[in-house]
Design a protein around this ligand. Structure first.
Ligand code: PDD
Length: 277
């Protein structure tokens, strides 16, 4: 494991941040989480493009070009020799005395964390997981990958305390996404996933999966989904960089389909493995 803060490598437990830092005090920053498969960052370019878009959306200037950030990411992988793991990138609006107004002439802070190991989700994939729905108490710009994740962590923790694996946000009667995952359902052989407006993050895994499904002539519909769609769904699954694809077999007290991971999940999981191999 290794970390990086503004041009220098540091240990993960090394105190490098001044107390007055805008990520710490305001959650004033954006981030990306990238997965390494055999030492190769999967969809690195897509993640860095999204990092740049997130930064732009909150008027934050990256301290380096995405090409330069990519070079640092790759150098860290080389340095650590990590095979299966993750790279976390965070950019904040810099170090400055606490003031809601943007600081002037202050460079943004760039942090990177390389970590060995990925979550083991064997049981989750063979048995499926339960999720709980919660009202979406987040802001209206969830398409931005902001580090302000208080509503997300609160909902996920509440779901965990009820024995759930993930919390799913409902807004205006629509099923939106999980606290750190996107959502797909399957109905009569058609995959459906919420449309990407400002209310959800357009997951890189989501986009990759849509591409994989289309490549296998499986119809995919980006549409508005409600709890009624969940209740008639044959299968439900959640997706993300760290979790890839996880089958959902229970939503609140509703048992999805057969109550077991479905045939489409198994197919998709196999195709996804081929993609990252
Ligand atoms: N979370 N929706 C939200 C709110 C997310 O935070 C994430 C990612 C996703 C899935 O996006 P992607 O497929 O690009 O990882 C959807 C990361 C993994 C995290 O917070 O750790």
């Amino acid at each position: 494991n290794l970390a990086y803060f503004n041009e220098r490598y540091v240990r993960l437990d090394e105190p490098v941040l001044p107390v007055e830092e805008r990520g710490l005090q305001f959650g004033d920053g954006v981030y990306e989480m990238i997965r390494l498969y055999r030492g190769v960052p999967f969809t690195l370019k897509e993640h860095l493009v999204r990092l740049e878009q997130s930064a732009q959306s909150v008027m934050l200037v990256l301290p380096k070009t995405v090409e330069e950030i990519a070079a640092v990411v790759l150098a860290g992988i080389e340095k650590t020799g990590i095979g299966e793991g993750t790279v976390y990138i965070q950019v904040t609006r810099g170090t400055a005395p606490r003031n809601h107004l943007f600081p002037e002439g202050v460079p943004s802070n760039l942090y990177i964390i390389w970590k060995e190991g990925v979550p083991v989700l064997e049981k989750e994939r063979t048995e499926g997981v339960r999720v709980f729905t919660f009202p979406d108490e987040r802001w209206n710009n969830c398409y931005i990958k902001s580090i302000c994740l208080l509503p997300n962590i609160l909902a996920k923790e509440k779901a965990r305390q009820k024995g759930g694996h993930e919390a799913i946000f409902i807004r205006d009667n629509e099923v939106k996404e999980g606290t750190s995952t996107n959502l797909f359902i399957v109905k009569d052989g058609v995959f459906k996933t919420p449309i990407t407006d400002q209310s959800i993050l357009n997951g890189i895994t989501r986009q990759k999966i849509i591409q994989i499904l289309k490549g296998h002539d499986i119809p995919v519909l980006e549409t508005r989904l409600t709890m009624e769609d969940i209740e008639v769904a044959d299968e439900v699954m959640i997706t993300s960089t760290t979790q890839e694809v996880v089958p959902v077999v229970k939503v609140n007290d509703w048992v999805v389909g057969s109550g077991k991971p479905g045939a489409y999940f198994l197919k998709l999981m196999a195709w996804f493995q081929m993609e990252v191999d």
